[in-house]
Design a protein around this ligand. Sequence first.
Ligand code: LHQ
Length: 261
Amino acid sequence: MAPVLVSLDAGVETITLNRPEKLNALTAEMHQRLRDALERAADDAAVRAVLITGAGRGFCTGQDLAERDVSPGAAPIDLSVSLGSHYNPLIRRMRALPKPIVCAVHGVAAGAGANIALAADIVVAARSASFVQAFSKIGLVPDSGGTWLLPRLVGTARAMGLALLAEKLTADDAERWGLIWKAVDDDKLAAEAKALAARLASGPTKGYGLLKRAMYASPTNSLDAQLDLERDLQRDAGRSEDYREGVRAFKDKREPRFSGK
Ligand code: LHQ
């Protein structure tokens, strides 16, 4: 079986991390397949939303720790190579994808696995799931955008606690802290995540892409710059077919039928 499964159904590209015997710990091959899947999502107009999920009993435990030789006498390791070639491009690709990404987290999301999940646009987690900034347990710094995202989502005090203590944060606490969109009962996770992705896939795709750009530019922009950006992006949104359809549907008092254009 491929370590990452990709399928397309009704506008939703589902990407399933599929190395369940290792809790979907990430290998170089998996990164390659993730890259291919996200490139396809970007290029193929038939893809209007992405759903990321994991097979087996957990979502993902980050980098496969067995990929590197840390035995005494082994050659020094340069982890920046892996970040530069795999993890950083993955997070950038997710954030830049002009289509919404839903991530369904169950079991454990640890290390880079947690931060990849948090880089999605909407994160839904099973109530029994947990998020662990496991990095400090092995002497590392939170990566995959963790040190950028965590303080912005939960504040520096909680971000530091999560990073230094590397304790499991329950899905309920993650929801309460504003780290994720929602915690749901375990038996509802798959259906809930699928429904969200399907709903987004039938939405105004162009508008969603522009919305992502605005939202993710916000943390580093001044209000002035953000107002200008909103003006420019709204110009583009207003030229979409879906804007016209949305307003027509409103006037006709019916549900809109968005084409994604
Ligand atoms: C694993 C892993 C794993 C290999 C479970 N690797 N096998 C980025 C770029 C470059 C380099 C370095 O780092 C990074 C960022 C990172 O992501 S660093 C990695 C951060 N992740 C961790 O440190 C998590 C390591 N895993 C754990 O601490 C435990 O597996 C947790 C607490 C997540 C789950 O514990 P259990 O439920 O007890 O499961 P388990 O430990 O028995 O795991 C099941 C199997 O999966 C087991 O294999 P085995 O052959 O013994 O049955 C584990 O060795 C394997 N596995 N995570 N990251």
